[in-house]
Design a binder for this molecule. Structure first.
Ligand SMILES: *Cc1c(COP(=O)(O)O)cnc(C)c1O
Length: 219
């Protein structure tokens, strides 16, 4: 499998208005550079330390998205350059991002990560919590951040109906919050389910293995 072929195949399945976040976790900078050279500018990583190692070795016009769980005490490391934090799952984290973005005189885009999977997942806001946090954002006007949308991960299952149901729940919440204050990004769908996610209203997908190949966690 060839990265260029993979990348082209994924791109060909995406309507032009759907953003692709190329998920490069566990893959070396050489592979990322290859995809960058094909025209991809938006990449996602899920660990702060790994991102900090790769970031200085790659072109500085890459838009980095953090897609994994983020501890508040690590926000300061990525605040100078991160484009979007897709995994905001608490008010404490949102407050910290606001503070660190302010120190760096910049605005960081964030997505609220919402729990939609039936399986017990550790991270993400319950739907009522997401609504409350979004309302606080509207009322309190956190500085130096912009909530641009929602992110969710469906249950890891072959049951398409189940996955579809979960995606539609997030799409429903997106439409509801979008009435209160305008949102741009609905991030859902990964290598195995992004076409379905797009059918259900996703306009941003996070695709890793379909581009870079399978991940090897032993290295
Ligand atoms: C790893 C990861 C992805 C990409 O997964 P693939 O199945 O390799 O496409 C997407 N979203 C999140 C949050 C991830 O951690």
């Amino acid at each position: 499998m060839d990265i260029k072929e993979n990348y082209t195949a994924v791109k060909n399945q995406l309507p032009s208005e759907v953003q692709l976040v190329a998920v490069s976790k566990t893959h070396p900078v050489e592979a990322i550079q290859k995809v960058y050279d094909l025209g991809q500018k938006v990449f996602g990583e899920n660990k702060v330390q790994e991102l900090m190692e790769k970031y200085p070795l790659l072109p500085n016009n890459i838009q980095w998205h953090l897609i994994g769980h983020l501890q508040s005490n690590k926000v300061k490391y990525i605040a100078p350059f991160i484009d979007t934090i897709q995994s905001v799952d608490s008010e404490k984290l949102l407050t910290e991002i606001s503070k660190e973005a302010g120190k760096n005189n910049r605005t960081i885009k964030v997505l609220l990560q919402v729990k939609i999977a039936a399986e017990e997942s550790k991270f993400g806001l319950e739907i009522p919590e997401a609504k409350t946090l979004f309302q606080e954002y509207i009322d309190r006007k956190f500085t130096n951040i912009e909530i641009t949308g929602l992110m969710g991960m469906a249950t890891f299952t072959d049951d398409e109906e189940q996955v579809k149901k979960e995606f539609l729940i997030l799409k429903g919440l997106f439409d509801e919050l979008n009435q209160l204050k305008s949102l741009q990004t609905l991030s859902m769908g990964m290598s195995d389910d992004f076409p379905l996610a797009i059918e259900c209203g996703a306009n941003s997908v996070r695709v890793g293995s379909a581009i870079f190949g399978r991940r090897d966690y032993s290295k």
